[in-house]
Structures are given as structure tokens and as C-alpha cells.
Design a protein around this ligand. Structure first.
Ligand code: NIG
Ligand code: FE
Length: 411
């Protein structure tokens, strides 16, 4: 099966299979008026006027721009119910911590996730991923973390694995065993339970990564370290939630443990930056969460980039702190609030998350030999994506050369 995408005004992409960090964070190649040929899922040609003769299909991109498919490297898409009531409570002045203390927040999701059937959870996941695709996401990371007991977490992970088996998207799965301490169990007992579940999850191949939230209301560095060491021994990669609500020092875990990514990182100290830069660890910023929490504690990404730390951006899609998978709006927030420029943001949404999810050999850039994962947008240049605040400019989302989302109008 060969498809030629023609009539593209500009292609924006970086090259290679590794992080674009430091001065390279903003290095992007632009092709003007080129077509893209994809054969059996793989990009075979990027050139002007590719012959359509041998193509099975020709897609007219109508003069729009083309970007690599977005890679969302931090999502929580499998849960039983949304929590819109909390969003309203936050607008009325309650903080996320206050809501958590009175049994809301993640606690409210726990009861429902434990009670839900695998089929119900699968349907929620399916609906959420459809939204991802309409936002141009062609690969993503998905966490468990809403049941927080052995049985329930295995159920969530199995739902994610079942979905992955039947999906064309590239998906990495994370066991978020250390999300929060559930009610009615001591931290010692809970951590022991997480550690034994880590072993089971790794032995059964149910997850690629382990995750723990390092924060005042969740786990401290010592508790997180205990779980991380177990995950590392079991062969799971480790991604952590850290410093979302306060400067809690979670970045210092990088000194002792092999972390794949530190996520949120809205607050940080020079000491944390020094360790993270030395260990060359990817930081995944999630500023749409700050927007949605209404706290607006946006991190200054330029400080990370100056230190040569690779920066990724992800949605943090979840039912509590950020119920949005709108990558274009995320890009706009990063541009307006986090001190990042247009090309730095493009790499933070494509090659860097692909590298952090260990899938950059196949996706994250538009290059011959990589998978045909593309977004086609009906705007004249990349700058217009930032200017069109809140709008969805996507005409086609393409996975392995196949259109999986197409905007259509009835008239
Ligand atoms: O990334 N920080 C921890 N976890 C989520 C929130 C989960 C929830 O409130 O349901 C986050 O913000
Ligand atoms: Fe998160």
C-alpha cells in the first residue's frame, strides 16, 4: 500500500532518534512544497513532485502544513468517572489539596475505579483515545493509578494492554502504583503492597514503566525511593510526578536512581537542575495542568533549556487536574507562559517525548525510514498554530500512512 501526500506548503520536523536538547531544542528543518510518500506504513520519500503513478492513494493536503504526529508522553486515560464538580469547587476557591483532604480528588476516583468493570473502563479509555487522535496524537503513554490496590491496578493495566493490542497507535504503559496513599491503609503496608505488585506487573509484562507522585500530599523522597528501587530491580523504567504543587525537592531523586523522565516540575531549585543536567534526564512539563488548576505556577522552561536539559511537553490528561488532550492549546500555554519558542515547543511535542518513551527510532520526526505518523493542518505556517488560540487546526491525523482522523463538514 503506497500513499502520496501532496500539496503540502511546509513540513516542519527535526531529524534523528535522540533528544534535541540545549541549542538543538529549537533546531527544526523546514521543507517547502514537498510531497511525502508512505509505503506499507513507512516513509519512503520526501521530495517535490513525487510521482503518483505507482500510488494506491493520493491525499491532497490543500496547501496546509505537515508536522510529525504528536507524542503525548504523560496521560491518565483509564478511569471510571469524570470529576467536573471539583473543577467548579476549585473555581469557587477550594484548593486541590483541600479537596483531596476531604476525600475528593484521587480518593473519589479510587472507589469508582475499584467498582467499575473492565468493560466499562475500556469504553472510557476508547472514548478518550478518540479525542487524542482528533488532537493529532499518534503515540502516547498511559498510566494506571486510580485503583491503588493490587487487584484494581492489575485490572486497569490489563485494560490498557487489551486496548494496545488492538490499536494502531504506539502506546507505552505505566504502572502508577505510587499515585496517592488510599484511605484506610498505613504507608508501610501500602508501600509493601506496591512493591510486591511491581514484581508481578514486571513478570507478566503488563507495564513498561513505574510512576510515583513525589509531593507533600503523596509520597516523600524516602518512600518514593523505596518503590523506585524495586521497579528498577524488576526491570521497569521509572517516570515520576514531582514538584507539581510545591518545591518539594523530588528532582533530587535523580542523584540516586535511573529516572527516565521527571514530570510536572513546575517548581525547582538550582541544586535539582544541576543533578538533572549532569544525569541528562528528560523533563516533561505539563503546564495545561497549572492552567486547569487555576494556580498558574508556570515553570520557566528557558532555564532548563539553557542547562542542556531535554524538555518535553505533555497534556497530563486526567479526570482531576487536567481534563483536556488539546495539544495545540498546550503549545499555546507553553509559548505564552513558559518561555519557550515555537520550534522548541515542536520538538517538545514530537522528538523529545518519542525519545523519552524509547520510540524515537520509529516516530517523532518526518524522515525516510520512520513510520508515516503525521498531522496535516490547514494553516499557512507553524506560527499560526500559536496564534489560533484554542482552535483545532487539524485536517488529518495520519498513523503509519493511514488517515485515522479527518475533519469533515456536512455542508
Ligand atoms: O498528574 N499529580 C498527580 N496526578 C494527576 C492528578 C490526578 C487526579 O487528580 O486525578 C496529575 O496532576
Ligand atoms: Fe499526571
Amino acid at each position: 500500500m503506497k500513499t502520496v501526500f501532496k500539496n503540502i506548503s511546509k513540513i516542519y520536523t527535526s531529524n534523528g532518534n535522540t533528544f534535541q536538547a540545549g541549542a538543538l531544542q529549537g533546531a527544526v528543518k523546514i521543507y517547502s512544497n514537498c510531497d511525502i510518500a508512505v509505503s506499507n506504513g513507512i516513509i519512503t520519500d520526501i521530495d517535490t513532485g513525487i510521482s503518483h503513478g505507482s500510488a494506491d492513494d493520493v491525499v491532497d493536503c490543500l496547501g496546509g502544513i505537515c508536522l510529525p504526529g504528536f507524542i503525548d508522553s504523560h496521560t491518565h486515560p483509564v478511569f471510571a468517572a469524570t470529576r467536573q464538580d471539583e473543577f467548579i469547587d476549585r473555581l469557587k476557591g477550594l484548593s486541590y489539596e483541600e479537596i483531596t483532604e476531604r476525600g475528593g480528588g484521587i480518593h473519589a476516583s479510587i472507589e469508582k475505579a475499584r467498582a467499575a468493570s473492565a468493560e466499562e473502563l475500556f469504553q472510557v479509555l476508547e472514548r478518550n483515545v478518540r479525542q487524542f487522535i482528533s488532537q493529532g496524537i499518534t503515540s502516547f503513554e498511559a498510566k494506571s493509578g486510580y485503583a491503588l490496590d493490587r487487584k484494581g491496578e492489575l485490572k486497569l493495566l490489563k485494560v490498557l494492554n487489551r486496548y494496545r493490542e488492538g490499536s494502531e497507535l504506539d502506546i507505552k504503559i505505566t504502572y502508577l502504583g505510587g499515585h496517592l496513599l488510599p484511605k484506610g491503609i498505613s504507608s508501610e503496608e501500602f508501600i509493601a503492597q506496591v512493591k510486591s505488585t511491581i514484581k508481578e506487573v514486571a513478570d507478566d509484562g503488563l507495564a513498561d514503566y513505574f510512576d510515583v507522585w513525589v509531593e507533600d500530599i503523596a509520597f516523600d523522597l524516602k518512600q518514593a525511593g523505596e518503590m523506585i528501587a524495586e521497579a528498577d530491580n524488576a526491570g521497569l523504567g521509572v517516570r515520576i510526578h514531582a514538584n507539581e504543587i510545591s518545591s518539594f525537592g523530588g528532582g533530587m531523586l535523580a542523584e540516586k536512581y535511573p529516572l527516565t523522565s521527571i514530570d510536572h516540575f513546575d517548581f525547582f531549585t538550582d541544586e535539582e537542575l544541576e543533578v538533572i543536567a549532569r544525569k541528562k534526564i528528560n523533563i516533561t512539563l505539563l503546564p495545561m495542568t497549572q492552567f486547569s488548576l487555576g494556580t498558574e505556577d508556570y515553570p520557566d522552561a528557558s532555564l532548563l533549556i539553557k542547562k542542556g536539559i531535554p524538555v518535553s511537553l505533555a497534556t497530563d490528561f486526567n479526570p482531576g487536574t487536567c481534563y483536556s488532550s488539546n495539544i495545540q492549546f498546550l503549545a499555546q500555554i507553553a509559548f505564552m507562559k513558559c518561555g519557550m519558542d515555537v520550534y522548541e515547543i515542536l520538538n517538545a511535542l514530537t522528538i523529545n517525548p518519542a525519545a523519552s518513551l524509547q520510540m524515537a527510532e520509529m516516530t517523532g520526526t518526518i524522515e525516510v525510514g520512520k513510520h508515516g505518523d503525521l498531522v496535516i493542518m490547514d494553516i499557512p505556517d507553524l506560527e499560526s498554530m500559536f496564534y489560533a488560540v484554542g482552535m483545532n487546526n487539524i485536517r488529518y491525523t495520519v498513523k503509519n500512512g493511514k488517515i485515522i482522523y479527518r475533519r469533515t463538514y456536512e455542508s
